[in-house]
Design a protein around this ligand. Structure first.
Ligand code: KIV
Ligand code: NA
Length: 273
């Protein structure tokens, strides 16, 4: 049997081969990602990508748990990390522990991810000291869209110092890895060189210890908008549009179903004309 990848194993990959990560929200997609990637994130991006929400704030424990269970069934090898939804961890380390434990127990995830640097370091320490591996997420943190005022690049100019402090704080608190989202290349490089845990970039730097993308973005399935950092490896949304248009047209013209898709009757048919 294949040995599953653990959070400590991801941490140990720092300075070795780059860590390939993607999100997944369903069993079939998890099966494909599992074949090729080291880490699968059940991201709260699911709210926007699959549920049509305007941002990630409306994602609930029940939603992420349902997707987490589906993803778990598709994994054999990759480490499964699940996002802590907005409002489930910020208030206190104790509340964070209760919700993180529930996420892991209900879904079988091997780690949780939460957004925040210096402010969340005590919570990260509390969880990691109590058997819950934590992946941190700094730079652009989408759950803070209302206080940031948009999804712009973080860490330009003097703000770089604060992001560097965030990176150091989460590493010292015991996070096994840190996602760095939408910061200048030079800052992500510096952080990667200065901290001893893997940096997982998204709109960050090729120098990061790993990369992550939202799977629906890189497959061209989520077409609402395309951030600069998304590289489209397929155009499945366009393919789906063409396929569905053809299907509807063939139904209307009675071209579908044809002989190969329909069943013949038994020789001594009881159906008479
Ligand atoms: O929710 C998500 O998909 C994420 C990744 C983009 C890092 O947090
Ligand atoms: Na997220």
């Amino acid at each position: 049997a294949v040995r599953p990848i653990t959070a400590p194993a991801i941490r140990a990959q720092k300075g070795q081969t780059p860590i390939a990560c993607l999100t997944a929200y369903t069993t079939p997609m998890a099966q494909v990602v599992d074949k090729h990637c080291d880490l699968v994130l059940v991201g709260d991006s699911v709210g926007m990508v699959l549920h049509g929400l305007p941002d990630t704030l409306g994602v609930t424990m029940d939603m992420i748990i349902m997707h987490g269970k589906a993803v778990r069934r598709g994994l054999k090898r990759a480490l499964m990390v699940i996002d802590m939804p907005f409002g489930t961890y910020e208030e206190s380390p104790e509340i964070a522990f209760r919700n993180a434990a529930r996420l892991m127990q209900d879904t079988g995830a091997g780690a949780v991810k939460l957004e925040g640097g210096v402010a969340m370091a005590p919570t990260i320490a509390y969880l990691t000291q109590r058997a819950i591996p934590v992946m941190a997420h700094i730079g652009l943190t989408p759950q803070s869209v209302n206080t940031i005022g948009g999804y712009k690049v973080k860490g330009r100019g003097i703000e770089a110092q604060a992001i560097l402090a965030d990176a150091q704080a989460v590493a010292e608190a015991g996070a096994f890895a840190v996602v760095i989202e939408k910061v200048p290349d030079i800052l992500a490089r510096r952080i990667t060189a200065e901290i001893d845990i893997p940096t997982i970039g998204i709109g960050a730097s090729a120098a990061c210890d790993g990369q992550i993308l939202v799977v629906d973005d890189m497959l061209g399935m989520f077409a609402e908008f395309k951030p600069k950092f998304v590289k489209r490896y397929a155009e499945l949304g366009t393919d789906a549009d063409a396929a569905i248009a053809r299907y509807a047209q063939e139904v209307k013209s009675r071209a579908f179903p044809s002989a190969e898709h329909i069943f013949g009757d038994a020789p001594a048919s009881v159906v008479s004309s």
